[in-house]
Design a protein around this ligand. Structure first.
Ligand code: SF4
Length: 63
């Protein structure tokens, strides 16, 4: 599975990097970058949670 962030939709709220620092890192410009590719099986639930909590609906998880 692969996580991606749509920068056009991201509002830089920081929830993803705060709640899932193993999956996301905040860059100097305030946007998150994805730290894992592919998403390890053990992190799948966390990745799904990140998709749900993102207020900008900017995080996508694809097979
Ligand atoms: S939770 Fe969503 S809107 Fe907030 S920084 Fe992460 S990707 Fe951007």
């Amino acid at each position: 599975m692969k996580l991606t962030v749509d920068r056009k939709a991201c509002i830089k709220s920081g929830q993803c990097t705060y709640l899932h620092p193993d999956l996301f890192k905040e860059e100097a410009d305030g946007y998150p970058s994805v730290l894992v590719d592919p998403v390890p099986p053990a992190s799948r639930a966390a990745a799904e949670d990140a998709v749900e909590i993102c207020p900008g609906q900017a995080i996508y998880l694809k097979e």
